[in-house]
Design a protein around this ligand. Structure first.
Ligand code: HEM
Length: 531
């Protein structure tokens, strides 16, 4: 064979890259690596382009949100709205008000739709929940180092298993305990606030609510005393949470090795170590008691109840189980305090402007806890605080502390939403705030909507459950909703019975970029004792 017959583009390339006497063999490896990388990137690009076109076609009948620019899509309106004190969820609501109940959008190539109609929510959360899965790419991403595969962020088989394991820990007996825990915590806060009463000093009551709800959940979940809560949480847990919140709008913070990035990591490690130590001690104590032939001790908190379920399931105690437990407990701490604190803050702000509503709450507090609020609380009495409950629900409706939850469609949905079949791979934003504004005069604060026979009861049976969705609905609904509403009834009513809270400025400006949504600048009040 002649030399020419060997000549081919690949042969030339190899000759050039490696076999030529003038070039060392190292570049061959580089060229192969470069070619592999280029092929990989090209493959990724083709997949992306194919999916992009497939999804665009699938969404072609749905009106598109205004303001998209090439490549970035709707990123600019979503980010710049914060400067006008609007949240991304407010922008989405404007889209639906203008274009109808289903609107499509595009965030830097990720295409999605936003909906608020109860029938659509039912499809996503109930009948189609297996294919409308949690979205871990955008909204939950910054929280994954904290929540990992805990209940909120798990999916599929793992979620099902964990929900079965965790569910019982938040039922019946713990709900009785929560009333005592909440009462003790609010009595402590009253003692603290009493020192400010009548002095004219300004107190950020939102901050106090955050610490208060952390103390309640810290004791309910781990039996931590108030000092432990105040020691561990403000130094480890709260800074980790606020960094995760910052990462929502500034995702580059997840990647840049800044001092804050290292502090985040170190605090996470310390928090995990603190929790794992606690789990091990508890588990060993249970095993020792069993070894001595004693009956298993009566569960004192949510952790004990989870350990009991683990024992019953026969699961082996190992590092993987410790890690999963760590995620679950951090999930409870996160899910269980900021949302409750935001609900209490908005309720307190509204009550400050509504003496008639406040008087009804005070009356319920006196009935449940006695004229001086010192009678031992009991579950039935708290269950009967229907007006206080209506105030809390109305705060959750008017202010939608969780304004949007997102899902990713894992398979084509031929039934789809609002009459539109949907292609696999899209994001779906469930606009809870939009649903909560489908009430008469939605900007008015009217607890009566949630009293028996009120506006909520008047909704058609087929949609009612999807017209008030602060805890969403369906198999993935909030596991702590009963706990949250019981706890808050005790906290709000006792505080209102003992004190008058006077805001130092206007109440009502919702934070544009933090979920759960709380007031911009907190809620600053002066305090006096109620006569
Ligand atoms: C006012 C208070 C609360 C509000 C508004 C609230 C709201 C929510 C919402 C909207 C979800 C669904 C999230 C999603 O699908 O992406 C959720 C899930 C969850 N919440 Fe809550 N929550 C509250 C209090 C609590 C409390 C006190 C706890 C625990 C002690 C808790 C534990 C959970 C858990 C474990 C889930 C995940 C359930 C699952 O996916 O199976 N929440 N919550």
């Amino acid at each position: 064979m002649s030399a020419e017959s060997h000549s081919s583009p690949l042969g030339d390339l190899l000759a050039f890259a490696g076999t030529s006497a003038s070039i060392a063999p190292v570049p061959l490896a580089l060229v192969v690596l470069g070619a592999a990388l280029a092929a990989y990137l090209f493959g990724r690009f083709l997949t992306f382009a194919y999916n992009y076109i497939r999804i665009s076609r699938g969404l072609s009948g749905i009106p598109s949100a205004p303001g998209a620019i090439p490549l970035l899509g709707h990123v600019i309106p979503m980010l710049t709205c914060v400067r006008q004190n609007k949240g991304a969820w407010d922008v989405m609501e404007d889209w639906m008000n203008k274009l109808g109940p289903i609107v499509k959008y595009n965030i830097a190539g990720t295409q999605g739709v936003v909906v608020r109609d109860p029938a659509a929510l039912k499809r996503i959360w109930q009948t189609g929940y297996k294919i409308y899965q949690k979205d871990l790419e955008l909204s939950y991403r910054p929280f994954l180092p904290i929540l990992g595969t805990g209940l909120v962020t798990a999916d599929g088989h793992l979620w099902q298993k964990q929900r079965m394991l965790m569910g019982p820990a938040l039922r019946v007996d713990v709900l009785d305990d929560i009333i005592d825990i909440a009462k003790r915590a609010v009595d402590r806060l009253c003692e603290k606030l009493g020192k400010h009463a009548g002095t004219g000093e300004v107190v950020d009551i939102e901050e106090e609510f955050r610490l208060l709800t952390l103390q309640v959940i810290g004791e309910a979940v781990l039996s931590l005393g108030p000092e432990d809560c105040d020691r561990v949480f403000p130094s480890l847990y709260l800074p980790v949470m606020s960094e995760a919140n910052r990462r929502v709008l500034r995702p580059y913070r997840m990647l840049l090795p800044t001092p804050e990035w290292f502090r985040f990591r170190s605090r996470m490690q310390q928090l995990n170590t603190f929790l794992v130590d606690l789990f091990r001690k508890r588990w060993q104590a249970r095993q020792a008691a069993r070894g001595d032939g004693e009956k298993a001790p009566k569960p004192t908190d949510i952790l004990d109840r989870i350990l009991e379920s683990i024992e019953e399931s026969g699961a082996k105690w190992d590092a993987a189980l410790e890690e999963q437990l760590c995620y679950e407990i951090k999930t409870f701490l996160l899910a269980g305090h900021e949302t409750s604190s935001a609900m209490l803050t908005w309720s307190t702000g509204e009550l400050a402007a509504n003496p008639r509503m406040t008087a009804q709450i005070v009356k319920e507090a006196e009935t449940a806890f006695g004229a001086d609020c010192n009678a031992p609380p009991n579950r039935r009495a708290v269950d009967e605080m229907t007006y206080t409950l209506a105030v809390l629900k109305e705060a959750l409706r008017k202010y939608s502390v969780v304004p949007v939850v997102t899902r990713k469609l894992a398979e084509d949905d031929p039934i789809g939403l609002m009459g539109h079949p949907l292609p696999k791979g899209i994001m779906v934003a469930c606009h809870l705030q939009g649903t909560h504004r489908m009430y008469e005069e939605p900007d008015e604060f009217r607890p009566e909507r949630f009293m028996p026979g009120g506006e909520y009861d008047q909704f058609d049976d087929a949609v009612r459950a999807y017209m008030f969705v602060p805890f969403i609905q369906g198999p993935r609904n909030c596991l702590g909703q009963h706990l949250a509403l019981l706890e808050a009834r005790v906290l709000l009513s006792v505080l209102q019975k003992r004190f008058v809270f006077s805001p130092t400025g206007a109440v009502g400006q919702r934070h544009p970029s933090v979920i759960p949504v709380s007031p911009v600048g907190g809620l600053k009040v002066t305090i006096s004792r109620r006569q």
